[in-house]
Design a protein around this ligand. Structure first.
Ligand code: CUA
Length: 154
């Protein structure tokens, strides 16, 4: 009878041990997702911000989108649209790893230069779901005319 109790207790410990290992591995996996991005020219640039470009919630009413502008695309934006929520404070951080670009959300006041190794910060709020074009308005090389993207407010 005592043996059965000890067996049960040791089983609980084994399950707890396995659970903690699985939890630890899963936690580490989440932590390393951002490390797969490209290296950017530093100059004080926030490497973690742009290692894995894209959008995420920072709290219930604030959404952040990290964008890399490079010859000749916006990442995200060109190959996949930037998706942001309506009626929410949205902050864009845009950087460039190569040359000066522009970040112009057509038909809005969002329009700024993007300088290599620096963050351009733009904050706004969209009233309603709508689709916008994004263009680069600074000459950045042979592909400048084709450097464009899409922003979708949902
Ligand atoms: Cu990038 Cu013009």
């Amino acid at each position: 009878r005592l043996e059965k109790i000890w067996l049960a207790v040791s089983l609980v410990f084994i399950v707890a041990l396995v659970a903690s290992i699985v939890y630890g591995v899963a936690g580490m996996g989440v932590g390393t997702v951002g490390d797969t991005g490209q290296q950017l020219d530093p100059n004080g640039l926030d490497q973690t911000r742009f290692a894995d470009p894209g959008g995420h919630w920072v709290d219930d009413d604030h959404y952040v989108v990290n964008v890399v502008a490079r010859q000749f695309l916006f990442q995200p934006g060109t190959q996949e649209p930037i998706m942001v929520p309506a009626n929410t404070t949205v902050t864009f951080y845009v950087t460039s790893p190569d040359v000066v670009h522009g970040f112009d959300v057509v038909g809005t006041h969002l329009n700024a230069m993007v300088i290599p190794g620096q963050e351009t910060k733009l904050t706004t709020e969209f009233d309603e779901p709508k689709s916008y074009g994004i263009v680069c308005h600074e000459y950045c090389g042979a592909g400048h005319q084709s450097m464009a993207g899409q922003l979708i407010v949902v």
